[in-house]
Design a binder for this molecule. Structure first.
Ligand SMILES: Nc1ncnc2c1ncn2[C@@H]1O[C@H](COP(=O)(O)OP(=O)(O)OP(=O)(O)O)[C@@H](O)[C@H]1O
Ligand SMILES: [Mg+2]
Length: 256
């Protein structure tokens, strides 16, 4: 019997009033796989992630995480399994809380034991030493803040990590560092990831498979290797590929 995909999305539709922003979006992600969603601004990428993460309760279609049917208002335990990292690490971290407080909060909500040990471990996992623990977000660089946001997501030991433009608010050199960190984390844990980016180079670095969105629809789904070879089947994909080559990260990402 084939194993169930970690995430399956079938005919997902979302409207905001009269605006129909997702149209029959379907894709599935295998256990431990990293799947990319690319597309220009407004194509609906974040909306897909917000629905998956349980942050957007208004949608129709069928979504399952393994054998669990995704609810419109998921139970608390769901939020331990599925965690999201947002684009802007400054907006996503509470400015008046120390890093310690930021990392302690989800552990307390989920009643997780040994918080001290876990906070120290979570910081270590993202390459930050104990000295960061009692600092405030404004005392950190953008890259360090994004590491904290990743640590907060990983502290709950989720099985699914959803990343919405995890590096686009960062300087190019720092982007590569954070992407390499995510790559290491992916190799160390059996995490299933969905990574949203408007930049194909970012997705190419992290994913084997990618869906290209345009106007709320998936216009092409392909593996990265054949995308590199053929340059994409759809004109739209070709344009996106050309645009992302112009702002390519590949020089800083090396041959990875
Ligand atoms: N809460 C909302 N209410 C009304 N319209 C919304 C809402 N959220 C998103 N939209 C609209 O849905 C469409 C898709 O938005 P979404 O944020 O998913 O795009 P995106 O692909 O993530 O874009 P970007 O690359 O700029 O982040 C856009 O036209 C947006 O204006
Ligand atoms: Mg977005």
């Amino acid at each position: 019997m084939p194993t169930l995909p970690a995430i399956s999305v079938t005919d997902l539709n979302v409207s905001f009033g009269a605006a129909h922003v997702l149209r029959d979006v379907s894709f599935s992600v295998a256990n431990g796989e990293s799947f990319g969603l690319v597309g220009e601004s407004g194509s609906g990428k974040s909306t897909v992630l917000r629905v998956l993460s349980g942050l957007n309760p208004v949608w129709s279609g069928d979504i399952a995480f393994g054998e669990t049917v995704h609810a419109k208002k998921p139970a608390k335990s769901f939020f331990r399994q599925v965690q999201m990292v947002f684009q802007d690490p400054f907006a996503s971290l509470h400015p008046r809380m120390t890093i310690d407080g930021i990392l302690a909060e989800p552990l307390a909500i989920h009643g997780i034991d040994r918080p001290d040990e876990r906070i120290a471990g979570a910081l270590r996992d993202v390459g930050l030493d104990e000295g960061f623990r009692f600092r405030y977000p404004h005392q950190l660089s953008g890259g360090q803040r994004q590491r904290v946001a990743i640590a907060r997501a990983l502290a709950l030991e989720p099985s699914v990590l959803l990343l919405d433009e995890p590096t686009s608010a960062l300087d190019v050199s720092i982007q590569a560092e954070v992407l390499n960190l995510l790559q290491d984390i992916k190799q160390q844990r059996n995490l299933t990831m969905v990574i949203v980016s408007h930049n194909l180079a970012v997705v190419g670095h992290m994913c084997n498979r990618v869906a290209v969105m345009n106007g709320g629809k998936i216009v092409e789904e392909t593996d990265i290797a054949s995308l590199r070879e053929t340059g994409g089947r759809e004109i739209y994909t070709r344009e996106l590929l050309a645009a992302s080559r112009r702002v390519s990260l590949s020089a800083t990402l090396g041959a990875a």
